[in-house]
Design a protein around this ligand. Sequence first.
Ligand code: RFL
Ligand code: PHB
Length: 392
Amino acid sequence: MTAALRTQVGIVGAGPSGLLLSHLLHLEGIESVVLEDRTRSYVEERIRAGVIEHGAAALLEDAGVGARLRREGLRHTGVNLHFHGVNHRIDLVDLTDGKAVTVYGQHEVVKDLIAARLAAGGDVRFDVKGVAIHDFKGTAPELHFVEQGQPKKLVCDFVAGCDGFHGISRPTVPAGELRFFDRQYPFGWLGILAKAPPACDELIYARHADGFALLSMRSPEISRLYLQCEPDDDIANWSDARIWAELKRRLGGLATEGPMLQKGITAMRSFVTEPMQSGRLFLAGDAAHIVPPTGAKGMNLAIGDVRLLARALEAQIKRGDGTKLDTYSTTALRRIWKAQRFSWWMTSLLHKFGDETPFDERRQFADLEYLVSSRAALASLAENYVGLPYDD
Ligand code: RFL
Ligand code: PHB
């Protein structure tokens, strides 16, 4: 093993949470090193989330990484619910006293953050292998990894596990120390990216008798569309023609065909880890929790977590005040559980579960009818969709 490297905060994972944490710490004059096991181009091209909450967009702008988001992001002042063949527009701005969401791809946020870190001389290491976290119960946790075939050791004051749902941080914590809350759904989402102008300039969430569909976009030329499918469905079962036919049927014809740039199937799950800490290892983003994508909350929650964690680390490292770090998990989980509730609710409202009784089916459509007829109910949806306020 070569000589030990040193940093204040060792960060595992260069997704939105790891990169933003590194950037926010840098703004406070705190050093970090980010270790990512994929290549830079892989993380910059990985198509995932698209909807950015009001507060998350403001945070990115305040942190100086929002210029392209402001220029190229699409500000959406409303979203649509489509059922029984009718479209209902929900005016987010009107229902939330002026708030909206921004449609801007997660991979664009990632590109902006990587560019900002590298421009500031930040240490982000891609394509490192075998990251392992050691001694996080003590005061000098270590990250061991292999870079270009060389074993390396990074000694840190704190470690942030930002390595997503399948990362190594959460499983590193001894069994029994953490409690997991898990729910799996009996369906998945088949998602496509198509070179075709979106058939509507705002998102459409559709509940069709045959299941859910969603029209979203990445730009005025690129559509992003999703379809409810079987959880273990094979993409090979879905020809382009079958996907377009199903999308058009469920979206009342509102899907413009074009060459498919990407297609894939995602499982749907709700998952929470409590607490989000063990010793000097702190979990953030998908490493700690995941939501089904129906509420568009995953990346937004990751942003909320690292906002809190950066403030808590700053108080500890610069002022010796550990109060916020001690309450990081409790504070973060309050907002996370509200987003879990909302994501579960949106998912339950809009999908066909397959085991519904005729009563359940009628009740689900009555939920939708009530929602679009009640300003109070719509206001609740809208305030959650644009994002609940940060806790402190
Ligand atoms: P990420 O993005 O998974 O990043 C984790 C990073 O860690 C790396 N990694 C490792 N690095 C080193 N060593 C290891 N052992 C490692 N193991 C993993 C990974 O390569 C990766 O780079 O987690 P992060 O940063 O917490 O960000 C979370 C978001 O990615 C996620 O919540 C969202 O994508 C969820 N999501 C959505 N969120 C929204 O806010 N709005 C949306 O509209 C939205 N739509 C979606 C979504 C997720 C989807 N999929 C594919 C799951 C739509 C879909 C279809
Ligand atoms: C997306 O554009 O990828 C997207 C939008 C809204 C969601 C989920 C995904 O709820």
